[in-house]
Ligand binder design. Structure first.
Ligand code: TXA
Ligand code: MG
Length: 320
């Protein structure tokens, strides 16, 4: 846990236009003052992120939402009250004070209150809303440990706060609940089943539009450098081999593999989600020629895990 002095220094870095990477309950974020267009621009540079991919604004407290954006729809208010602080990002109308670069020119803004003491104390100490995407280069694996951030972004940020491994391990669920029919734009750490207890049935439409509103929903994203192949359950035989790594849900696979990682020996989906990116980072560093991965049960947070695996398996053409 960062010392108070580090948090104070990090808050000062944010206030003066710098970048600070910090832990949240989902993944590490790289933050900038969301009221400062130049600071926000530095995030896009550091991540090599296309300017059409909007950022999430982070607040210290639920009460800060209406202070920043004014009145919100009753569904947004109900979701914020029920799930914040927590791994839920809500879409609201972009307020005047937030420069368009933060939202990539959209009239809407993504916002959440992270459920992590360090993150909330940092944002409160900075005294400004903090724009923060996941602290990785665009398209690559999200960071769940401070060392992933240092390896991926390194010198591009002024400070990295180390809060140990993150609890959820995958990103927040993104919901647009401004209208009568809430829509999930990105599956994430908050299961759809939990949302529906508050909102009633929601549509899940990740990646449905040609012009991506949430590039975390691009077909290829969250990708290791090593080619990853998703197998459809039972029979990995003949695909991988002694040069490949294997990513299993609960049971070790038969046969010869250069490296095997099991997400959860007890078959617990929350544990599987928490370990997913860490294990992919490890397989990526293991020098294997390919990664064979099996899907997890497609329920609860397992849906978000499978979503990440499918995107990791899609071919990535960063130049296009
Ligand atoms: O758990 C998380 O959400 C982490 C932590 C750091 O908070 N952040 C994160 O940020 O995953 P990022 O930038 O990697 O993903 C944010 C996603 C992007 O796919 C972006 O397109 C979408 O949120 N997004 C941002 N603003 C949006 C908006 N106004 N409408 C629709 N999607 C939006
Ligand atoms: Mg990301």
């Amino acid at each position: 846990m960062p010392a108070d002095g580090d948090l104070g220094e990090a808050a000062a870095v944010l206030r003066t236009g710098g970048l600070v990477a910090f832990p949240t309950e989902t993944v590490y974020g790289v933050g900038a003052n969301a009221l400062d267009a130049r600071a926000a621009a530095r995030i896009f540079e550091a991540k090599q992120r296309p300017s059409f991919d909007p950022l999430i604004t982070h607040l210290a407290d639920v009460a800060d939402l209406e202070v920043l954006v004014g009145p919100v729809s009753s569904a947004v208010a109900a979701l914020a009250t029920r799930f914040w602080p927590g791994p839920l990002t809500l879409i609201v109308d972009r307020p005047e004070g937030i420069p368009p670069i933060v939202t990539s020119g959209l009239d809407s803004m993504a916002v959440r209150v992270p459920d992590h003491e360090d993150a909330r104390r940092l944002i409160a100490a900075a005294g400004v809303p903090v724009a923060a995407p996941s602290a990785n280069r665009f398209g690559q694996l999200s960071p769940t440990r401070a060392e992933h951030v240092v390896r991926g972004l390194g010198a591009a940020v002024e400070m990295v706060l180390d809060g140990g491994p993150t609890r959820c391990g995958i990103e927040s669920t993104i919901v647009d609940a401004r209208g009568d029919h809430p829509v999930v734009l990105r599956l994430g750490a908050l299961p759809v089943e939990e949302l529906e207890k508050v909102t009633g049935p929601v549509a899940v439409r990740p990646g449905s539009s040609g012009q991506p509103v949430a590039p975390g929903t691009l077909a290829a994203h969250y990708a290791p450098r090593t080619p990853l192949r998703l197998v459809s359950g039972a029979e990995p035989a003949g695909i991988g081999g002694a040069e490949c790594g294997y990513l299993a849900f609960r049971d070790r696979p038969a046969g010869d593999w250069a490296a095997v990682e099991v997400l959860s020996a007890s078959g617990d989906l929350t544990e599987a989600a928490a370990r997913l990116f860490d294990v992919l980072h490890r397989l990526d560093a293991a020098g294997v020629t390919g990664i064979v991965a099996e899907p997890v049960p497609d329920t609860g947070v397992g849906r978000a895990v499978n979503d990440r695996l499918r995107r990791a398996a899609a071919t990535w053409h960063p130049a296009s």
